[in-house]
Design a protein around this ligand. Structure first.
Ligand code: E4P
Length: 217
């Protein structure tokens, strides 16, 4: 399972990359705005900077909602760096743009996916990644992890090559359950990845080892 970090914060990306387990980055317009990145030139430069930190795929989302605009924007984003994955919303024009880019052999991530039907369409359009938002489903009392299981089953039935990128991850249990189900990738905040590391028995065990060492040295 690949680990992507879901942020546009360069320090967090660097910290996650330094852990040695980072496979890529996902961003979205809200995450860019959170970092105060605005204006086309600044946004494009920011994507270039992200690509310098991490080796893997970096999802960059289009702002256009019409097919022509998405295609033009996607071309500009993809030309920034071969690591860039064109992130497209799951709307009719996004689906058509996904088909267009996949036919050209360009990487895509279909985002804002909340149902199996949407995930089937993304796979049919040749998406590289499909991003079901599990945390946002949980927020409205719908089982987000169940959506990941259903997509896994359907993709396996038909040998769809689209990677399931479990998004809107909130905590370590989301990551662990996604691993059990067989999600191909998870994307979450640095805190969700770091929390996998922590265990009170590790802390107390290390304290004891060091105390015993001190006693005899
Ligand atoms: C996916 O690529 C999105 O950027 C993201 O995971 C959304 O997560 P949120 O629900 O925490 O905003």
């Amino acid at each position: 399972m690949k680990f992507f970090i879901d942020t546009a914060n360069l320090i967090e990306i660097k910290n996650a990359n330094d852990l040695g387990i980072l496979d890529g980055v996902t961003t979205n317009p809200s995450l860019m705005a959170k970092e105060g990145i605005s204006g086309e030139e600044n946004i494009l430069n920011h994507y270039k900077n992200i690509c310098k930190i991490v080796k893997g795929d970096v999802s960059a989302e289009v702002i256009s909602t019409d097919y022509k605009g998405m295609v033009e924007e996607g071309e500009i984003l993809a030309n920034l760096n071969p690591q860039i994955v064109i992130k497209l919303p799951m709307i009719e024009s996004g689906l058509k743009a996904c088909k267009h880019f996949s036919e050209k052999g360009m990487k895509t991530n279909v985002t804002l996916v909340f149902s199996v039907g949407q995930a089937i369409l993304a796979a049919k359009a040749g998406a590289t990644y499909v991003s079901p938002f599990i945390g946002r489903l949980d927020d409205i009392s719908t089982d987000g992890l169940n959506l990941i299981s259903e997509i896994r089953e359907i993709y396996d039935n038909y040998n769809f090559k689209t990677n399931i990128l479990a998004a809107s991850i909130r905590h370590s249990m989301h990551i662990i359950n996604c691993a059990k189900i067989g999600a191909d990738v998870i994307t979450g905040p640095l805190s969700s990845i770091q929390s996998l590391l922590k265990h009170p028995l590790t802390v107390s065990g290390l304290e004891k080892f060091l105390a015993d060492y001190k006693k005899s040295n």
